[in-house]
Design a protein around this ligand. Structure first.
Ligand code: ADP
Length: 658
């Protein structure tokens, strides 16, 4: 291959522009990213060599070397890992292959601050080199290829890059950063060691730097040196010897007591690409029928692609410290896909594949154990969410600083991930109870999402037999729904649910702690013992008296409704729509249709308020047919739907207005 100039994929060019312009405040992360790539490359070699030992080319000791050249103003990160073939250099360093990443780039707003936040979640990887370099040279050879098939890749980080074939005896990759003027301070061993210490200490491979020694300056010509200070300034010089500058043991293999909170946090940031610290973590060695170490983190912020259920899980799998795979989805249920961390198994075979993982008993045990661990982390956060209010004269500082630090964390977690957690009701039967306890809602008594089912139960009215809830598109729609009128009148709390998953999720939770959950938009209203006997009787009587009207309405609306009946649930509104007990709510059916899926075409029940003037007027009205349709369409509007034929609705209303 002769020298070729190729263009970056459009998304890469965009990303590069952003990297160089918005990551200024966090420059030093480039070293973490490049060391992390080098370490991944060594992991990959080790993994491929499991089946093909000659890839080691008789040099099995893997390491990462960081070196610099003050005169040339270059900083080099070199590894003897898997390396890149020529084609891989073109593909991997010129395009974005990862799924989801293009979406990510399209989400960038051009607002540097906001974008810098986003980019943090995504991880800029290799391209972060351009934060400090105005040119990057990569020299590489893939393990197993002959020396004549090395590759050199060079780019100034603008629109294009050059690739050419080179001779390269050394396996693996060297990334040579030609530092910008304002990044010259990275040509300093002390500074580099500091950064490696902070960000890369947990890397299990040795990171090596060349040892330096202080050398006194030589005497200036014509002096003996010891008299009038006539020497050149002394300086650090390289000794040619390499020393390991990190701990070189995987963080999770060290005893907990030797790891600081800051080290955990930096480790989390390195594996998650998150700029922010995690909310909490758990680090445990689990022994028993299957042995493994788990280090699991709960992030404080949702990634941009949280809603993609296909999205990779955040767990890295190691077997006896050998990296096996990223995104091991078999190790965590889908509803906990936000959890990041590492699982290191002592029992799985090294050559385990994704398919095998799905079937392994050990994996099932690990998943169950990790799921329980995550739930107990969340329970712990939930317990500490609200600091107890001190009563008069009480000593307040009984709480530890650690407890205080946890206050408000669960609310933060829930705002980001609550809707995902709810999926667990349908997905994880065994832990349904625990998940239900972790749920929080807004209610007719609280706009803030913070009411737990237990809170609700504790506030239930004397004689109340169900936990009532309503699902709607928005909080306003839920709060003002006609279905809530009688509950408001009687002061009965109703949970307001506005997440898309609510209806589906709640359909899996028949009861909580012995109390049934009941949607107020389904079935006939049943307030049980809360129902006023006289009210009930009055309703029955008016139902009897209104029989002819009901029949007439049913006939007029026969294409639209299943039934028409009198209700006690309405106070101010003339009518509302409900679905049958186990039917799909109208809101859910709309949602499915919007998503292009088929929803069953079940018709709702129209319930009317016998006391309402409009209903009273209906009876003898000359334009009964039009009025009936208006009543129906308005009930539909009130619960967030749209009339089938909006123009006809407008026409009818206008006719009345005129
Ligand atoms: P990521 O590492 O998140 O996939 P990067 O932009 O950091 O994204 O790197 C892109 C790809 O380039 C990597 O997936 C890998 O295939 C390749 N790569 C980067 N650095 C190295 C390296 N030191 N050795 C071998 N391949 C590398």
């Amino acid at each position: 291959m002769t020298r070729q100039t190729l263009s970056f994929q459009a998304e890469v060019a965009q990303l590069l522009h952003l990297v160089t312009h918005s990551l200024y405040s966090n420059k030093e992360i480039f070293l973490r990213e490049l060391i992390s790539n080098a370490s991944d490359a060594c992991d990959k070699l080790r993994f491929e060599a499991l089946n093909q030992n000659d890839l080691y080319e008789k040099a099995p000791n893997l390491d990462v070397r960081v070196s610099f050249d003050k005169d040339a103003k270059t900083l080099t990160i070199a590894d003897n890992g898997i390396g890149l073939s020529q084609q891989e250099a073109i593909d991997n360093l010129g395009t974005i292959a990862k799924s989801g990443t293009k979406d990510f780039v399209s989400k960038l707003s051009g607002d540097q601050k906001a974008d810098a936040q986003l980019i943090g979640q995504f991880g800029v990887g290799f391209y972060s080199g351009f934060i400090v370099a105005d040119k990057i040279t990569v020299e590489s050879r893939r393990a197993g290829l002959p020396a004549s098939e090395g590759v050199r890749w060079v780019s100034g980080g603008a629109g294009d890059f050059e690739v050419e074939t080179i001779e390269r005896a050394q396996r693996g990759t060297a990334v040579i950063l030609h530092l910008r003027e304002d990044a010259a301070d990275y040509l300093n061993a002390w500074k580099l060691k500091g950064i490696i210490n902070k960000y890369s200490d947990h890397i299990s491979l040795p990171i090596l730097m060349e040892k330096e020694e202080w050398k006194d300056g030589a005497p200036l010509p014509g002096t003996s040196g010891d008299e009038n200070g006539g020497t050149e300034p002394g300086s650090m010089v390289k000794t040619g010897e390499w020393e390991t500058v990190n701990q070189a043991s995987a963080l999770w293999t060290r005893p907990k007591k030797d790891i600081t909170g800051e080290q955990y946090t930096e480790f989390y940031k390195a594996i998650s690409h998150d700029f922010e610290a995690p909310l909490t973590w758990a680090h445990n060695r689990v022994e028993g029928s299957t042995e493994y170490t788990q280090l699991l983190f709960i992030p404080g912020k949702a990634p941009f692609d949280l809603w993609n259920r296909e999205k990779a899980a955040g767990i890295k799998l190691y077997v006896k410290r050998v990296f096996i795979m990223d995104e091991a989805e078999a190790l965590m249920p889908t509803y906990l896909r936000f959890v990041k961390g590492v699982i290191d198994s002592a029992d799985l075979p090294l050559n385990v594949s994704r398919e095998l993982l799905q079937e392994s008993r050990d994996v099932k045990a690990i998943r169950d154990g990790s799921t329980k661990r995550v739930l107990s982390m969340l329970e712990d956060l939930a317990r500490h969410d609200k600091l107890p209010q001190a009563k008069e004269g009480e000593v307040t500082d009984v709480l530890s600083d650690e407890d205080k630090a946890k206050a408000g964390q669960y609310s933060k977690f829930y705002a980001e991930f609550g809707a995902v957690l709810k999926e667990g009701l349908g997905e994880d039967f065994a832990n349904r109870e625990r998940i239900a306890k972790l749920l929080r809602f807004a209610s007719s008594q609280s706009d803030v999402v913070g009411v737990s089912l237990a809170d609700y139960k504790a506030r239930m009215k004397e004689g109340q037999e169900a936990i009532y809830y309503i699902t709607a598109d928005t909080l306003a729609a839920a709060k003002n729904s006609p279905q809530l009128e009688v509950f408001k009148k009687k002061g009965i709390e109703v949970l307001l649910m506005t997440d898309r998953v609510d209806e589906w999720a709640l359909s899996h939770l028949q009861d909580f702690d012995g109390t049934p959950l009941q949607s107020v938009a389904k079935g006939a209203v049943d307030l049980g013992k809360l129902q006023d006997e006289t009210e009930k009787k009055a309703a029955e009587e008016s139902a009897e008296a209104l029989k002819p009207l009901l029949a007439k309405l049913k006939e007029a609306l026969k294409d639209k409704v299943e039934d028409v009946r009198v209700t006690t649930r309405l106070v101010d509104s003339p009518a509302c729509l409900v679905v049958k007990d186990y039917g799909m709510s109208m809101q859910m059916a709309r949602m499915l249709k919007q998503a292009g899926q088929t929803a069953p075409d079940t018709k709702p029940v129209l319930e009317i308020n016998a006391e309402h003037p409009l209903i009273k007027k209906l009876e003898g009205s000359v334009n009964f047919h039009d009025l009936a349709h208006i009543v129906f369409d308005q009930a539909l509007l009130a619960e967030g739907g749209l009339p089938n034929d909006p123009a006809a609705y407008v026409k009818r209303v206008n006719a009345l207005l005129v």
